[in-house]
Every structure is written in structure tokens, then in C-alpha cells.
Design a protein around this ligand. Structure first.
Ligand SMILES: NC(=O)c1ccc[n+]([C@@H]2O[C@H](COP(=O)([O-])OP(=O)(O)OC[C@H]3O[C@@H](n4cnc5c(N)ncnc54)[C@H](OP(=O)(O)O)[C@@H]3O)[C@@H](O)[C@H]2O)c1
Length: 287
């Protein structure tokens, strides 16, 4: 059985739907925190069991008979995230899984300036030390982040943010399809994959230019000082630790951490990846 965690989340749910196109439903199990939210999958013949990374007994049941377990990284950060991932990895091994897959990031690195990338690196290290075959899916930066970065720039005409660098924005849908292909073609990647990203890397200035073209209204990219930008967030009630973490994303991007691209995602999909231009069209011309 192929077990998917986080199957009630955005990426995990799309992975399961892609997998259902490729393998019989009775070979798929999901490990979710709230089984009621997976009733639709149960109705399609998918095995639905409760699994919480904070409750190892639940994982033993949810991962029963697993040949492969795909662990969708939790949306926590720091030591808490790594401990949760380690618990899931331990449970997958205890269940006898022959391969463990983990949703890592293109910029996973112990010295990354963006904290979640250090968590991914620590999880990859933990996986490597187990000796169990694993695949770390080095996913591109989610394109779903783009509308948040653009903020109210379409209304104000100003896209103000700290200095940034190019990012190879990649959609959940493309990453989910690639994960399903890799799960189906067991063992295709051993260890960390090459970056699974869309082919173009754009910075905020590029995106302001595209929005200007799409709307016919000039959107100016202005650079905010790091400390002033972070102070603006804390002034709106964002905890200082979180503001600093978000600032790390800009610092990492201007160091080029998210600029890597490669053909592997498109090769897996057998088609072009979704370009960030189409995300910007959706923002500029809401349907
Ligand atoms: N590549 C990128 O650019 C990028 C950006 C942001 C985040 N990420 C990472 O990618 C992950 C998946 O993204 P997403 O968009 O699918 O996020 P999401 O919709 O928030 O999904 C996260 C999933 O993790 C599950 N989860 C959280 N804590 C858990 C625990 N203790 N035990 C078991 N499951 C747990 C959640 O369960 P529930 O459904 O019960 O809440 C949810 O299904 C994120 O969690 C994050 O680690 C990547």
C-alpha cells in the first residue's frame, strides 16, 4: 500500500487524486488527523485512518501494511517540525515501508537564510541516517505564495517589499502530479531529487512589469528596508519571530536560494509546467 499523510491538506489531497488516476484505490491509504474530512476518499475506496505525527500509536495503525509512505511536511517550524517528521519516519520504518518519501524544498539547506529550509535539511539528514531508501522531493516554492506577496499592489500601484531575488514559482497541481508519478514509478529517485520547479525564475520587479502589461496600469516595485518592513508587520500584530522568519524568505531569495530551475519537473509531467505568468493573469484579471 502507498500511504499519504496530509491528505486533507492542499498538496496531499491533490497527490491522492493524481494517484487515483494511476493505481487502484485499494492500494492507497491516507493518514489524516480528522477522518471525517476524508469521507470523500473513503467513498472512492481509499483506506482512511487517523494519523497524527504527535501520536505514534495512531501512526502505527495508519501506516499498517505500507510499502511506501509519503510524508507531507507539517506546517510547523523549527524543532517541533523536525520532531514531527522524525516521528513519522520512525513509524514508517516500523510499519515495514520499503521507501519513504518526504516533501522537501528546492532550497533545503542547513545554512539557509529561510528557517523552514533548515528544517527540511534536518529532516533529510534524519532520513538519510535511517538507512531506509528514501526520496526527498525538492519541491519548488509554491506559486500560491505570489498573491500574498503582491498584497494590495494592484489597488495602490505600488509593490513595496524588501529587496528580493528570482524565485522559480511552482504550482501545487504540478508538484502533486509529479509526486504521484514518482510514487508510481517506485525508486525512480533515490535520495534528494533535483529541483522540481517550473522553468522560469522571476523576482518582484519582473512580476510588477508583467502586472503592468496585463492591467495597463503601472505597478511600481519599491524596495522597503528590511527592518522597516518587519516593523510594519509587527505593528499589525504579527509576532516578531514570525516577521523575522518571513524576512528570511527575502534574504534567502536575494542570495539566490530559490533561483534554481531544471527540466526534471517537466520531464516527469511530460508537458510544460504552469508558468507564473498564468498565476499573475489570475490575479490581474480575476474571473
Ligand atoms: N514548497 C513550498 O514553497 C512550501 C511553502 C509552504 C509550505 N510548504 C510545506 O509543504 C507542506 C504542504 O503544503 P500544503 O500547501 O499542502 O499545506 P497544508 O494545506 O497546510 O497541509 C499541511 C498538511 O499537514 C498536515 N499536518 C500538520 N500537522 C500534522 C501532524 N501533527 N500530524 C499529521 N499531519 C499533520 C495537515 O493536516 P490537517 O489537514 O489535519 O490540518 C495538512 O493536511 C506544508 O505543510 C509545509 O511544510 C512548502
Amino acid at each position: 500500500m502507498i500511504i499519504i499523510t496530509g491528505a486533507t491538506g492542499q498538496l496531499g489531497s491533490q497527490i491522492v487524486h493524481q494517484l487515483l488516476e494511476r493505481v487502484p484505490a485499494d492500494r492507497i491509504g491516507v493518514s489524516v488527523r480528522d477522518i471525517d474530512r476524508a469521507a470523500g476518499l473513503a467513498a472512492r475506496g481509499v483506506r482512511v485512518r487517523r494519523g497524527d505525527f504527535a501520536d505514534p500509536d495512531s501512526l502505527a495503525d495508519a501506516f499498517e501494511d505500507a510499502t511506501q509512505v509519503l510524508i507531507v511536511s507539517a506546517n510547523d517550524t523549527g524543532g517541533a517540525a523536525v520532531a514531527q517528521h522524525a516521528a513519522a519516519i520512525d513509524a514508517a520504518r516500523a510499519a515495514g515501508a520499503k521507501r519513504i518519501l518526504y516533501t522537501s524544498h528546492q532550497a533545503a539547506g542547513a545554512d539557509s537564510l529561510f528557517a523552514p529550509m533548515r528544517d527540511h535539511a534536518a529532516t533529510e539528514r534524519y532520513l538519510a541516517e535511517t538507512g531506509t531508501p528514501f526520496t526527498a522531493l525538492r519541491n519548488g516554492f509554491y506559486a500560491s505564495t505570489v498573491p500574498f506577496l503582491l498584497g494590495r499592489s494592484l489597488e495602490t500601484g505600488e509593490l513595496a517589499a524588501p529587496a528580493d531575488g528570482p524565485v522559480s514559482w511552482t504550482t501545487h497541481a504540478d508538484l502533486a502530479e509529479a509526486a504521484a508519478v514518482i510514487l508510481t514509478d517506485e525508486g525512480r529517485f533515490d535520495g534528494a531529487t533535483p529541483p522540481l520547479t517550473a522553468p522560469d525564475a522571476l523576482d518582484l520587479k519582473d512580476m510588477a512589469g508583467i502586472l503592468t502589461e496585463l492591467t495597463g496600469r503601472t505597478i511600481h516595485r519599491t524596495v522597503a528596508a528590511d527592518d522597516e518592513w518587519a516593523a510594519g508587520l509587527t505593528g499589525h500584530g504579527v509576532p516578531a519571530g514570525q516577521a523575522n522568519m518571513l524576512l528570511g524568505m527575502f534574504r534567502a531569495s536575494r542570495r539566490g536560494e530559490f533561483a534554481t530551475t531544471g527540466p526534471v519537473l517537466e520531464n516527469l509531467l511530460g508537458r510544460a509546467a504552469t508558468p507564473v505568468h498564468s498565476i499573475l493573469e489570475g490575479v490581474a484579471i480575476p474571473r
